[in-house]
Design a protein around this ligand. Structure first.
Ligand code: HEC
Ligand code: HEC
Ligand code: HEC
Length: 123
């Protein structure tokens, strides 16, 4: 009997999670790596892949949202001169909080053709 309740709990639990995941891009983006490619590929660089969850382990949401990034995929007008002058990624990737933005491929690591949004394509 106890096992049955456990199984039921699990099914209801998973169902709930399913609802969350299917409720829109917001929750999908929360877990996924984010692709940023409004300009990169047009300007000869591979798309940027931003590991959202990895950053989330180190920082609370409010460190970045909305102070550094609008919480909507593609809504931040980011370019390298802003990053190098300490905005957006450059708030931390500045050689103090984290590494400097000199090794291009560390951020520009996406396959050609990826579109801005969650990497898993769960749009
Ligand atoms: C280190 C900075 C950082 C932290 C910490 C962070 N995010 Fe983000 N988040 C980003 C960036 C960068 C993007 C992509 C913005 C873009 O595409 O212009 C993003 C995008 C998003 C989006 C938009 C997804 C979409 O598909 O439109 C949501 C929602 C979001 N974050 C929620 C969160 C939540 C909730 C947390 C905490 C659990 C969090 N973020 C922590 C940097 C961060
Ligand atoms: C709030 C500070 C903060 C912001 C903003 C931030 N990062 Fe990071 N990022 C970190 C830290 C800390 C690490 C962990 C590595 C370390 O300890 O230096 C990291 C790690 C990474 C990694 C992991 C891979 C590796 O080689 O270490 C990538 C890729 C990355 N960041 C890209 C970005 C991009 C792209 C942006 C902007 C869209 C961004 N980050 C914005 C702090 C930040
Ligand atoms: C800390 C992460 C990071 C590193 C390291 C990095 N970039 Fe970027 N870069 C970005 C982000 C984020 C964007 C905005 C992507 C978009 O929306 O298209 C971007 C955009 C660009 C663009 C298009 C916009 C513009 O400024 O013209 C070019 C070109 C570019 N990067 C070149 C480089 C080169 C060259 C290097 C190495 C010297 C480099 N990037 C290193 C994160 C990074």
């Amino acid at each position: 009997m106890r096992k049955l309740w456990l199984a039921l709990g699990l099914i209801i639990g998973l169902g709930g999670a399913g609802l969350l995941v299917s409720s829109g891009p917001t929750i999908a983006g929360f877990y996924a790596d984010m692709v940023l490619n409004s300009k990169a590929e047009k300007r000869g660089m591979p798309p940027v892949v931003f590991p959202h969850w990895l950053h989330r382990i180190e920082f609370k949401c409010k460190v970045c949202h909305p102070a550094i990034f609008e919480m909507r995929s593609g809504s931040n007008d980011i370019d390298m001169s802003k990053i190098i002058s300490g905005q957006f990624c450059g708030k931390c990737h500045n050689g103090t909080i984290s590494w400097k933005p000199v090794q291009c491929a560390r951020c520009h690591s996406g396959q050609p053709g990826l579109t801005t949004g969650p990497l898993l394509g769960v749009k």
